[in-house]
Design a protein around this ligand. Structure first.
Ligand SMILES: [Cu+2]
Length: 112
């Protein structure tokens, strides 16, 4: 019984560290300027990150990449896609649309 309680408390403490950080980014277009917003997201090293991408821009398909984590997705006009990855390194990393160089980019900050 005591061992079982210790195991349960160990499992609970491990799961407390393995957080899943869920963020929603929406692609807007204003006066011809396209941007995924919010443009900056933050997480902690070790987090599992789940980003929901909603493309509300009337111009059509848009992309989303975070090269440092191998994230790459295209989102059709009016559609939603989800990307998931592990924040296994800390620092400031670029997020952007890989289909349109003029599409305003953003950043993800992974804290220690
Ligand atoms: Cu784009």
């Amino acid at each position: 019984m005591k061992k079982a309680m210790m195991l349960i408390s160990l499992l609970l403490s491990v799961s407390a560290f393995a957080e899943t950080r869920k963020v929603t980014l929406v692609n807007y277009e204003t006066d011809g300027v396209k941007q995924w917003l919010p443009g900056t997201i933050m997480a902690k090293k070790g987090d599992d990150i789940e980003i929901t991408l909603i493309n509300n821009a009337p111009s059509g398909i848009h992309g989303f990449i975070i090269p440092a984590f191998g994230v790459k997705k295209e989102v059709l006009k009016g559609k939603t896609e989800v990307v998931k990855f592990k924040a296994d390194k800390e620092g400031l990393f670029e997020m952007k649309c890989h289909l349109h160089p003029a599409h305003v980019g953003g950043q993800i900050f992974i804290m220690p």
